[in-house]
Ligand binder design. Structure first.
Ligand SMILES: NC(=O)C1=CN([C@@H]2O[C@H](COP(=O)(O)OP(=O)(O)OC[C@H]3O[C@@H](n4cnc5c(N)ncnc54)[C@H](OP(=O)(O)O)[C@@H]3O)[C@@H](O)[C@H]2O)C=CC1
Ligand SMILES: O=C(O)C1=N[C@H](C(=O)O)C[C@H](O)C1
Length: 269
């Protein structure tokens, strides 16, 4: 099959560099644009060199109009400018795998609007294992019902800017759905100073930020006398890059405009 033209947004970041490195020997994709923040220190530097591989001839740029060359984009940039980036994807009709976490309701609504025009796959975590864990969590929560206390613990590196992680929210959402709740109604993010430290039926979140932990998540489902701990650990960031490329290949098949998640690609529903 003819290789697809791929653009990476957030090319200079920890994850962007992993994606660029993973493309070095790709038969599936041609890297056609490596985008980032305007006036970034990385602007003009070869994205291959930045990624620690040999030069690939694609320099980091802040010029989003070059997305017109792309069949699909993978976005691993930060949440602040995600609304503007979504406007570009929509305007240039480029399907997008969005991997950014830490954005609010308004940006989430903007993503749903864009998905009326283009295909968007949103993945808070592109690893296959986490998406299986979400399915297991939903199932366990369904079986245990309101009898279980459910808590999500996540651990990440000290450079991570959002908490709880997008993945913790994905898992909390799966747990809530499993027992017929809406996460926003039952989430407990901060218990410090609260009169009622644990509310029955709540889903609690706790975050660790330490050293260079790539990404670890555990869902606790605790009933009287026993507990289940569903844990996933990522050993290296290339796991996320591989998942994002798999999602991009699926989206560029192409898929119809719409909002997709990893579970759609993996056939988990
Ligand atoms: N879905 C998943 O599986 C995963 C998701 N993530 C998420 O991906 C995001 C990035 O993580 P990580 O790579 O560690 O973060 P980094 O801080 O290392 O990288 C962020 C990147 O975004 C760029 N950027 C910042 N602001 C803008 C902007 N306004 N426009 C375009 N680009 C911008 C930065 O450019 P510059 O260098 O110039 O500042 C940099 O290239 C986070 O939200 C993280 O939670 C992370 C891992 C896995
Ligand atoms: O910022 C990170 O590093 C990660 N972010 C994602 C999240 O917020 O869930 C996914 C992964 O755990 C790594």
């Amino acid at each position: 099959m003819k290789p697809k033209n791929l653009a990476i947004v957030g090319a200079s970041g920890r994850m962007g560099r992993q994606v660029v490195a993973a493309l070095a020997d790709s038969q599936q994709f041609n890297l056609v644009a490596a985008l980032g923040r305007e006036n970034s220190e990385a602007e003009g530097i070869d994205s291959g060199v930045l990624a620690g591989i040999k030069a690939n001839g694609v320099a980091v740029s802040g010029e989003f109009s070059c997305l017109q060359k792309a069949d699909v984009v993978i976005d691993f940039a930060l949440p602040e400018s995600l609304p503007e980036r979504l406007t570009w994807y929509q305007k240039l009709r480029v399907p997008a795998v969005i991997c950014t976490t830490g954005f609010g309701q308004e940006t989430a609504a903007k993503m749903q609007d864009a998905a009326k025009v283009i295909a968007i796959l949103y993945a808070a975590n592109t690893s296959v294992g986490i998406n299986l864990l979400a399915a297991l969590t939903e199932n366990a929560s369904r079986v245990l019902g309101m009898e279980a206390d459910i808590e999500v613990l996540e651990a990440h590196h000290t450079k991570k800017q959002d908490a709880p992680s997008g993945t913790a929210l994905l898992l909390g959402d799966a747990a809530a759905r499993g027992r017929g709740q809406v996460l926003a109604d039952v989430a407990a993010y901060d218990r410090n100073g609260k009169d009622e430290v644990h509310r029955t039926g709540s889903i609690g979140f706790a975050s660790i930020r330490a050293g260079d932990i790539v990404g670890e998540h555990t869902v606790y489902l605790v009933v009287a006398g026993e507990r289940i701990e569903l844990t996933h650990r990522v050993a290296q960031r290339s796991t996320f890059a591989a998942g994002a490329l798999r999602a991009a290949a699926w989206l560029a098949k192409p898929q119809k405009p719409g909002f997709y998640q990893m579970k759609d690609m993996l056939g988990l529903d």
